[in-house]
Design a binder for this molecule. Structure first.
Ligand SMILES: NC(=O)C1=CN([C@@H]2O[C@H](COP(=O)(O)OP(=O)(O)OC[C@H]3O[C@@H](n4cnc5c(N)ncnc54)[C@H](OP(=O)(O)O)[C@@H]3O)[C@@H](O)[C@H]2O)C=CC1
Ligand SMILES: CC(=O)N[C@@H](CCC(=O)OP(=O)(O)O)C(=O)O
Length: 345
């Protein structure tokens, strides 16, 4: 394979992906393998993984001739030479595994881009209820930056740990944040969101088996994305996730109520915030469709104002804008590259 050469301004990055064989991991590996600034790319799975020492292209034959690295087994907490010399480490592991890695990885020079929810919530007290475990690194939560790429705050530049948002929160927050900033008088926010089955990851479970798939709600009031959405838009919302009988994508249909309704022109103005964005596209009176965002890092938003109610639709690919390509945007921004570098449009 041809070796990449970085420009004078930028140097090639040593990159490690932990959890590379999962659904989010393989999307990320695919993007990283084509990224102009990624040099060495090291792929890990768990120590006991049945896929260790297998080439990722044997698991995912679409990668044949493109990415041939082996998946190497990695015990939790073992700092290998590749980890020690990495510039960027992507965690595509479960929330618990990401948390268990924090102590070791936060000592290294690399920036960690964590695709799990392990460091998304600011308050450790929320973890037992919403994640089912006591947070083992509670003091570190305040130093992680939330990586909603279009809405990064001042903590991002200096953060060594980036908590990449969840898929549903990405769809919901891109729609809601402009409104929440515009008008604090927004109320009765209801987020109905349908996700494809890849949102549940690669490991088989009864609810994600073909014969079980349908269109069904789940997790009302208890889903871990409820506090994440509320915290990062500053609103009290009712989040209603649904599992659909399709592979990829999330369509969130959001309704909000205004006591004093805005005009069409005001709503149009609010969403001008994305005017220059390559990845977030807003259409008045639009009905975004999953077919237009699946396999793309874009988010499509459409809105309809009806009296005191506003309906906002937001569509993303859960594995890309909802996970891997958003993590890549964060990596780009950290390097000073355009956010959409290497992101499929
Ligand atoms: N799927 C989605 O749409 C989204 C997922 N996320 C988050 O991204 C993360 C990954 O999700 P997803 O790809 O769906 O999950 P998968 O279950 O598909 O993949 C998990 C990956 O982690 C590996 N793994 C498990 N245990 C360890 C370990 N101890 N050390 C190293 N690797 C390990 C698995 O391989 P093996 O078991 O063989 O070791 C596999 O490669 C999760 O935190 C998820 O919440 C975020 C946004 C969207
Ligand atoms: C369909 C489905 O099961 N989706 C997952 C969300 C996936 C995701 O983005 O969430 P995290 O990164 O927070 O795990 C769920 O509801 O748990």
């Amino acid at each position: 394979m041809e070796r990449k050469q970085a420009s004078k301004k930028y140097s090639l990055q040593n990159v490690v992906v932990i959890g590379a064989s999962g659904y989010a991991g393989v999307e990320l590996v695919t993007l990283l393998s084509e990224h102009p600034l990624v040099g060495e790319l090291t792929l890990y799975v768990s120590e006991q993984s049945q896929d260790r020492n297998t080439s990722i292209s044997d698991l995912y034959p679409r990668l044949k001739g493109r990415v041939e690295q082996s998946l190497m087994g990695l015990p939790i907490g073992k700092v290998t030479d590749e980890l020690a010399s990495a510039d960027a480490i992507f965690l595509c592991t479960s929330h618990e595994v990401s948390c268990q890695w924090h102590a070791q990885l936060s000592q290294l020079k690399a920036t960690v881009f964590d695709l799990s929810g392990g460091f998304r919530l600011p308050d450790a007290k929320l973890y037992p209820d919403y994640y089912g475990f006591e947070h083992p690194a509670a003091d570190a939560l305040s130093s992680a930056a939330y990586g909603l790429a279009e809405w990064l705050d001042e903590r991002f530049d200096s953060a060594h740990w980036v908590a990449v948002p969840g898929c549903y929160p990405t769809a919901a927050l891109l729609a809601l944040k402009p409104l929440a900033l515009f008008n604090k008088d927004v109320s009765h926010v209801v987020i109905n969101a349908v996700s494809g089955v890849t949102g549940a990851g690669r490991s088989p479970s009864l609810k994600t088996q073909g014969a079980e798939l349908s269109l069904q709600g789940y997790g009302a009031g208890v889903h871990r994305h409820q506090p994440e959405i509320d915290h990062y838009c500053g609103l009290n919302t009712l989040f209603l996730p649904h599992l659909g009988d399709f592979k990829r994508g999330i369509l969130a249909t959001i309704t909000v109520h205004f006591t004093a309704p805005p005009t069409q022109a005001q709503v149009e103005d609010v969403y001008q915030v994305y005017q220059a964005s390559e990845l977030v596209h807003v259409t008045k009176a639009g009905y975004p469709a999953l077919k237009d965002v699946v396999n793309s890092g874009q988010c499509h938003i459409g809105w309809h104002l009806q009296g005191h109610s506003l309906v906002v639709y937001s569509a993303i690919d859960n594995l890309l804008k909802g996970a891997a390509s958003q993590a890549l945007q964060c990596f780009n921004i950290k390097l000073g590259l355009p956010s959409a570098e290497g992101v499929p449009l």
